[in-house]
Design a protein around this ligand. Sequence first.
Ligand SMILES: [Zn+2]
Length: 407
Amino acid sequence: MTLLERFIKYINIDTTSSSLVDKTPSNDNQKILAKLLQEELLEIGAETYFDEDHCYLYATLKGDEKLPKIGFIAHMDTSEDAKGNEIIPNIISDYDGKDIILANGNVLSTTDYPNLKDQIGNTLITTDGRTLLGADDKAGIAEIMTMLEHFAKTKTHHGDICVAFTPDEEIGKGMDYFDYEKFAAPIAYTVDGSTLGEICYENFNAASAKIEIEGKSCHCGTAKGIMANAILIANALVSSLPNETPSNTEGYEGFYHIEKFQGTVSFAYLEYLIRDFDKENFEKRKQLFEELVSKLNEKYDNRIKLTIKDSYYNMRNIIEKDMSVVELATNAMKLIGVKPIIIPMRGGTDGAEATYHGLPCPNIGTGGHNFHGTHEYVSVEDMEKTSEILIAMVKENTASKVLTKGE
Ligand SMILES: [Zn+2]
């Protein structure tokens, strides 16, 4: 099976996860994909274990016991932000670099997406304009499977290659039931990024803040000195925060993001996301929130209740202590002529959680672009090149003998 054939087969299965469902997997279709992958893995010659309850598929392509192990992780679900069923891929061979008019008239414009120019001459896969494509993260899965098949066929000398396909990453539950004991590799990579050659070992430190404001309602005509309008108090808090919002920040800049604002005179409820790459600034952001609330509480009779909860941390804090896991990826890319692009991820990744569990896990680009929407696209060439990167990483790991468990 070619990489393209694999990819088309995987995107045919609707695995849209749902944040409204409180079980893992949130959509049982993910099990259909998992079982299909398990069959393919067995055919390749890998040992597999399927946690059917929670839909985690683990596989090991056994190698030389004495050589270091390496792991790769990709997620089986797709984002609920766009329609993910009945995907009809649009395959354009020898792309000419012009705007692409999708089947429903929707346009993939080179002005909006200048990266399209990098794909001239390539075989491009887009959507038909109605759905997402599912390159996030089925490109990652297809690339990992192709890499495994390569090693199974060529009998190259390598250590164990450990793989995990996880459910529900898009709704933040990808690692909830991950079995770290079962996954024997001491280092791993999520293959879940965008541009070819991307390596990410930095993500936000993240917290959420919930604000409940108890107002005091009464008749407007006799409200003087009595009414405490929860909406106005909420507004005072919102306007006292710095204007560092997602739409005002980029690169390494952190932000406060209000994502819920509900209110009546007698009660208001707000939810914020707090994000910063720097640990110290992250703490300062949370502290500022507390200070502002405490000031407003002095003014408004302790009507505001603030609950801040940390969500995840920047994996850089751990990875920078031993950069060999990043160097392995950059060396592998350079060996096959791909320029490594090291970028901070303005979000979270399953790898961050794994890293804090003792499994260092940077993220590698899949070649896909414009995830979570109808403008998603990927080229066959970039997927094939990514698969070559994974092959080179296994070889590098075999050669370097770095970071073996217990060494
Ligand atoms: Zn993804």
